[in-house]
Design a binder for this molecule. Structure first.
Ligand code: APR
Length: 251
C-alpha cells in the first residue's frame, strides 16, 4: 500500500469513483478552527489530567472543577467557526449517494458546517445527562453559571440528581446506536476517509479493518502518522483544512 499519496491522480480517481463514502473524524479536523486536540503537544490532555477530567470517578470527586473545565470548552466551541475541512465534508455529503460521517468530536462544528448524515460516537459537549435517570438535556435548557461551585451544579429537572456532561469518558461504553451506524458504514463503504485522529482510542472500534476487509479504499488526512495510518492506501500528510478543499476542488 502506498504510504504517501505521491500519486495524486490515483487519489483523485478514488474520490471520483466512490459511491458510498464513510468519513471518520477526530479532534484534528477542528484544529484549524482554533480548538485544541487531545494528544498533540498543545493538546487538552497536556493541560488536564484525563483521569481527573474524563472519568466518572474524577467527576464525582470534584464535579464543580470538572464542570468548569467543560464549561470553558463549551465557550471555546461557541466562539469557534467551522473551517474549510468541515465545510468540504458537508459538500461531499451532498455529492455522494451513500454517505455517513462519524465523529469522535463533541463540538458542533460539523453540524454548523451543514453535515446532516452524521453520528457522534463520543457524545456532545452541548448536552447534559442525569447520572441517575440518564435523561439527556440540551445544555441551553439550563442557566449554567460561568463558574460552578458545589451549590450551582446542574441538577436533573426530573429526579433532582446531579447532571454531568453527556460525553463518553474513559472506561465507559460508546453509545451503541451511533457506533453500530459507523460499523455498518465501514462494512459497506467503498471509500473511507480518516481525518484528524490519532487512532489512539478509535483503533478499538475496528472501523478501518472492517473497511479494508471488504475492499474499500482508505485515505487518511493527517500531518502526522498515527495508529491507523498503516491501514491507509493513501496518506495525505497535510492539515485537513488545506488538503480537503484542495482535493475536492480537483475532483
Ligand atoms: N488536520 C488534520 N489532522 C490534524 C491537524 C490538522 N490541522 N492537527 C492535528 N491533527 C491530528 C494530529 O496529528 C493527531 O493525529 O489530529 C490528531 C488528534 O489526535 P488526538 O488528540 O488523539 O484526538 P482524537 O484522535 O480525536 O482522540 C480520540 O480520544 O481522549 C479521547 O474522547 C477523546 O474523542 C477523543 C478520542
Amino acid at each position: 500500500m502506498e504510504k504517501y499519496s505521491a500519486d495524486q491522480d490515483q487519489l483523485l480517481k478514488t474520490f471520483r469513483n466512490a459511491c458510498h463514502v464513510f468519513v471518520f473524524t477526530g479532534a484534528g479536523v477542528s484544529r484549524e478552527s482554533g480548538l485544541p486536540t487531545f494528544r498533540d503537544l498543545d493538546g487538552e490532555w497536556r493541560q488536564y489530567d484525563p483521569m481527573t477530567f474524563a472519568t466518572m470517578e474524577g467527576f464525582l470527586q470534584n464535579p464543580a472543577m470538572v464542570w468548569n473545565m467543560y464549561r470553558s470548552r463549551q465557550k471555546q466551541i461557541a466562539e469557534a467557526q467551522p473551517n474549510p475541512a468541515h465545510i468540504t465534508l458537508a459538500r461531499m455529503e451532498e455529492h455522494y449517494p451513500e454517505f455517513l460521517l462519524a465523529t469522535q468530536n463533541v463540538d458542533d462544528l460539523h453540524e454548523r458546517a451543514g453535515s446532516r448524515r452524521m453520528v457522534k460516537i463520543h457524545g456532545d459537549v452541548g448536552q447534559i445527562r442525569c447520572i441517575d435517570c440518564g435523561e439527556i438535556y440540551d445544555a441551553r435548557e439550563f442557566e449554567l453559571p460561568d463558574e460552578f461551585d458545589e451549590n450551582t451544579l446542574p441538577k436533573c429537572p426530573d429526579c433532582s440528581a446531579l447532571c454531568r456532561p453527556n460525553i463518553v469518558w474513559f472506561g465507559e461504553y460508546v453509545p451503541q446506536e451511533p457506533l453500530m451506524a459507523a460499523v455498518n458504514a465501514a462494512c459497506t463503504c467503498d471509500l473511507m476517509l480518516i481525518i484528524g485522529t490519532s487512532g489512539e482510542v478509535s483503533n478499538g472500534y475496528g472501523l478501518a479493518e472492517y473497511a479494508l476487509g471488504h475492499g474499500a479504499k482508505i485515505v487518511e488526512v493527517n500531518p502526522s502518522e498515527g495508529a491507523l495510518t498503516h491501514y491507509a492506501h493513501f496518506w495525505v500528510p497535510e492539515p485537513a483544512g488545506i488538503a480537503l478543499p484542495r482535493i475536492w476542488e480537483m475532483c
